[in-house]
Design a binder for this molecule. Structure first.
Ligand SMILES: Cc1cc2nc3c(=O)[nH]c(=O)nc-3n(C[C@H](O)[C@H](O)[C@H](O)COP(=O)(O)OP(=O)(O)OC[C@H]3O[C@@H](n4cnc5c(N)ncnc54)[C@H](O)[C@@H]3O)c2cc1C
Length: 538
């Protein structure tokens, strides 16, 4: 691959910056990061770092819920089978089985910690989403599961004296020496750059939806963890697999809010501009087909009807039922003068979930000693080529718990050592004109949406590759001094890898749809595409 990225984004010298020491360092305060902290041994000092406030993460925005076999009529084997089916033969069956068997225990744990899931007739209310063959999604506050779960775990976290949280602190890079992760370099308004030394580090930085023009992800999801892990020498895999959520609110000037799949689980229809219910034309499972099938069908129907969106229709459902099950969606639509029980909701697909990520083993260990990872930033083997709805909060809980416990065990085995290590990065000469970072960022997001989106082909990917390669040459060569520049560098680095992988995978599998290679090619492509930076060293 003709792609070079500097080892560190910023210059630093240990003699010129403040230092901080901790036992277990967790980058990311979403569900995976907080769950890791809750699993850490209380004899250790734990530090969580988030680039925004704790309330601002993909986890907080989750709507539909958490999947788990709760109903006595449901079976682990069926949840496993549904997950494997969605994953397009790239899941690791052992991982799938283990995570799914752990689900009831992890959900129970959340209830013990004060999460108030919705109930019906004294039992947990169970919803169904696309790809699931049984009702097995626990949810809270109707369609605001993430908000309620994060409230409960954050309150629990606040009671722990050994855990400290630094908010609004941007992690720029992982520090490595002799092939071992030693901590991170961070920046915040108050202290500028700081070196944080840790016995063990856990990355839980979430996904990268912001790399696309249309996305459900909040502003923090710029793929920083993926890019910094790549620079430090950890392995990334499956980054060509991005899940597009089929139904994202599409109103000019409005936020791209997700309209939960649970609406279709409750009976909502997808109709085109003429009111035609088109999903049965594409798939016998209709609106409950897996997400990639629904997204692709919507894009095709938009093209066919020459309209920028399709519509979600709940007007035939019971009015009170709709309002009590989807209060959040009703409120957002009401801001645009839409009554979801009377009006059709304009929707189209948007980037939603990154299946690929840092390769981890069953305990969340990466191939870089001293570095662990959990949640959306990882490729654990659970999702394969496509994620089954509501399996990701579950993954964040399971891997957060294992990474927190594993990193604790490793840290307990190491003695305290309050020394800064001889790691430094020299400044580069500033080159040329200042860059308009917003301009490049917008161009990148549009390019990925157009050429690396729901449907891809070789020509479009090659063109995107050349453009991004050109940006790499003059954007990655510079050193910026604020988060806007670092995020752009991370997004460009990740885009380069995603395009490379999407171009290489000459087949259609899961969420990766190549119009020039529409079939699955088991003989050539039943394998992962992995990237590991050569000579990461340090
Ligand atoms: C709108 C929406 C609805 C969803 N609904 C569901 C659902 O119903 N069920 C389900 O299972 N999944 C759902 N998902 C997916 C799910 O929410 C995520 O996969 C999951 O929450 C990821 O958790 P995480 O802890 O790995 O990452 P996140 O929750 O995204 O947390 C990432 C954390 O990393 C921090 N961070 C990132 N970069 C840096 C940096 N450079 N320095 C410091 N900190 C950094 C962020 O500040 C944040 O605290 C949904 C996602 C979205 C966007």
């Amino acid at each position: 691959m003709h792609f070079t990225t500097p080892r560190y984004l910023v210059p630093f010298r240990p003699k010129r910056v403040p230092h901080y020491f901790t036992d277990v360092l967790i980058i990311g305060g979403g569900l995976a990061g907080i769950r890791a902290a809750l699993g850490a041994d209380p004899r250790l000092s734990v530090l969580i770092i988030t680039k925004d406030g704790l309330q601002n993460s993909n986890s907080s925005y989750a709507q539909g819920g958490i999947a788990g076999v709760i109903d006595p009529e449901d079976r682990f084997e069926d949840h496993v089978a549904d997950t494997l089916q969605a994953g397009g033969t790239l899941c690791d069956p052992q991982v799938v089985k283990r995570v799914i068997c752990e689900a009831p225990r992890r959900i129970e744990e959340l209830i013990d910690w004060g999460t108030r899931f919705d109930t019906a007739e004294g039992h947990l209310a169970l919803g169904r989403e696309g790809g699931h063959g049984h009702d097995r999604i626990v949810h809270a506050l109707g369609d605001a599961t993430g908000k309620e779960v994060m409230r409960a775990v954050t309150e629990r976290l606040a009671r722990l004296d050994h855990v400290e949280v630094w908010q609004e602190t941007f992690t720029i890079d992982l520090l490595t020496l002799e092939g071992v992760c030693r901590g991170v370099i961070v920046w915040n308004q108050e202290h500028g750059k700081t070196l944080v030394w840790a016995k063990q580090t856990i990355l839980a930085t979430g996904g990268a939806g912001q790399i696309y023009r249309e996305t459900t992800n909040p502003a923090v999801a710029t793929g920083d963890g993926l890019a910094m892990a790549y620079r430090a020498g950890a392995e990334l895999r499956d980054v060509e697999f991005v899940q597009f959520h089929p139904t994202v609110l599409y109103i000019a000037g409005g936020s791209r809010s997700l309209i939960s799949e649970a609406t279709r689980g409750e009976g909502a229809h997808l109709v085109d501009r003429h009111g035609h219910r088109f999903m049965p034309d594409y798939d016998p499972r209709g609106e409950l087909a897996p997400r990639d099938v629904v997204s692709l069908s919507i894009v095709s129907q938009m093209e066919k009807t020459r309209h920028p969106n399709v519509y979600l229709d709940m007007t035939h459902l019971d009015r009170q039922g709709v309002l009590s099950r989807f209060p959040g969606i009703a409120a957002i639509c009401a801001e645009f003068d839409l009554d979801i029980t009377r009006d059709r909701i304009p929707v189209r697909p948007g980037a939603h979930y990154m299946m690929g990520g840092i390769t981890v083993d069953g305990d969340g260990r990466t191939c870089l000693p001293g570095l662990w990872a959990a949640g959306e930033v990882t490729s654990s083997g659970l999702h394969g080529a496509n994620r089954l709805a509501s399996n990701s909060l579950l993954e964040a809980l399971v891997y957060g718990a294992h990474a927190g416990e594993g990193a604790s065990r490793a840290a307990l085995g190491l003695k305290d050592d309050f020394f800064a290590l001889p790691i430094e990065n020299p400044p580069v000469d500033s080159i040329g004109e200042p860059l308009n970072l917003d301009d490049i960022r917008n161009a990148l997001k549009s390019l990925l949406w157009r050429n690396v989106g729901v449907r891809r082909d070789g020509d479009g990917l090659a063109e995107a590759g050349q453009t991004v390669q050109h940006w790499c040459r003059y954007v990655l060569a510079r050193q910026f001094n604020d988060p806007g520049g670092w995020e752009l560098q991370n997004m460009i680095c990740l885009a380069r890898l995603m395009i490379e992988a999407a171009l290489e995978r000459e087949e259609s599998r899961g969420a990766h749809v190549r119009t020039d290679y529409p079939a699955l090619d088991e003989a050539r492509w039943n394998r992962h595409i992995c990237f590991q930076r050569e000579g990461a060293g340090g």
